[in-house]
Ligand binder design. Structure first.
Ligand SMILES: [Zn+2]
Ligand SMILES: [Zn+2]
Length: 417
């Protein structure tokens, strides 16, 4: 039941036709990925499977990029343009509760964000393009590890991704629960939020609960900090600029009659512009140190990790929107989609290379992302792969005109220019 399918290329078949013929196999393959979820930097079986398929279709493959990432590359015809497509491969430490026939076989791990589908769709794209004999340029398929950990993209760049795989443009997609299945959503500029995680540690002095005057009470301080942090969005941020600040973890003390000497707060921040991001961090620092001083406790603040906002290149967004409308019809494409407070380290790619992140509806009845009953919609595999195939043709084969802003020259590499 859970064996991965054998998927072979055939001669005399066009890429779009190959995609349709391979659909059943890529659905099975998606189910195989779903049954074998691997979390950040443990995508070993997943990566082996990805590499084996790519090699069997004649792609150049490099493994271990950013620890467990995989890169496949293929040159077509004579063109000098280069386009990348990125899929994330990692699962989440969530216990699945779906009873699907292809339910997770690994306790406490689950593909609850649809990265099984993203991986299958990029493989379907590579499979289909393996049949192309009229494409001119280079296609790079990037299978990224550890998106959920927030630093998988960074790890691939630190490993020299751009030195070895120069790119003119990069595209990625994420499924979107609550949006009609297959609907393409994109927008120019900031689309998904920047995400920052902060830890605040307070240190005071412990005492008996009956002798509070002998303490330096971190509980009172932490309560004041929580209340004040919740004023930043309402009092300091421009109401027209979406931001959010949430406290997800608060820990202090161990019993009812001891005032503890330490407290920890973990805070999650979402913002869409660099200005907002900087202002929020500044206000948090001011509030924490100000209240700590007033309450006579010591404070420490650490930014655990952060990733910038997913910000779509204007020219490439127009190109992707037009290609999607041409292929799927205007009713199936939302070119001015609403901003989402979700985050994704695809934004790290966009800091190096012009790129577009696209949302594809996972159905109105889909469970939300990271839910124990979430499942990726199999019809999206074809939808995403078809979009990537069209974009590869449009981007690589189109003639460059005098006012074509889409092609920066030379391709972006990791070396300073
Ligand atoms: Zn996720
Ligand atoms: Zn995700």
């Amino acid at each position: 039941m859970h064996s991965a399918p054998d998927i072979r290329i055939s001669t005399g078949v066009r890429p779009r036709e190959a995609l349709l013929k391979g659909q059943k196999y890529f659905t099975e393959l998606r189910h195989w990925f779903h049954a074998h979820p691997e979390t950040a930097y443990e995508e070993v079986a997943t990566g082996q499977k990805v590499a084996a398929y790519l090699k069997s279709w004649g792609w150049e493959v490099e493994t271990g990029v950013g620890k467990t990432g995989i890169i496949g590359r293929r040159h077509f015809g004579v063109g000098g343009k280069s386009v990348g497509f990125r899929a994330d491969m990692d699962a989440l430490p969530i216990k699945e509760n779906t009873s699907l026939p292809y339910e997770s076989q690994f306790a406490g791990k689950m593909h609850a964000c649809g990265h099984d589908g993203h991986t299958a769709a990029l493989l379907a794209t590579a499979f289909a393009l393996s049949h192309a004999d009229d494409l001119n340029g280079t296609v790079t398929a990037i299978f990224q590890p550890a998106e959920e950990a927030g630093d998988g993209a960074e790890a691939m760049f630190a490993d020299g991704l751009l030195e070895r795989y120069p790119l003119h443009a990069v595209f990625g997609f994420h499924n979107l629960p609550g949006i009609a299945a297959g609907k393409i959503c994109l927008r120019e500029g900031a689309f998904w939020a920047a995400a920052d995680a902060i830890e605040i540690r307070l240190e005071g002095r412990s005492s008996h609960g009956a002798q509070p005057h002998l303490s330096r009470d971190v509980i009172a301080a932490v309560a004041a900090i929580v209340t004040s942090l919740n004023t930043i969005v309402s009092r300091n941020m421009d109401p027209a600029d979406n931001t959010s600040i949430s406290i997800g973890r608060l820990h202090a003390g161990s019993t009812w009659n001891v005032i503890p000497d330490a407290a920890v707060l973990q805070v999650s921040i979402r913002s869409f512009s660099t200005e907002s991001r900087v202002l929020i961090l500044k206000r948090i620092r001011q509030i924490v140190s100000g209240i700590a001083t007033a309450m006579d406790v010591r404070s420490e603040l650490e930014v655990l990790h952060g990733c910038p906002a997913v910000t779509n290149d204007a020219d490439l967004t127009r190109l992707a929107g037009d290609v999607a409308v041409k292929r799927f019809g205007g009713r199936n494409v939302e070119k001015r989609a609403a901003q989402l407070t979700l985050s994704d380290d695809f934004s790290v790619f966009q800091q190096h290379i012009p790129g577009v992140y696209i949302g594809i509806g996972n159905g109105l009845k889909s469970q939300p992302l990271h839910h124990p009953q979430y499942d990726f919609g199999d019809t999206l595999i074809k939808r995403a792969a078809m979009l990537w195939i069209e974009l590869a043709y449009e981007f690589l084969n189109r003639r460059v005109t005098a006012n074509d802003n889409i092609l920066p020259n030379p391709p972006r590499t990791g070396r300073p220019r």
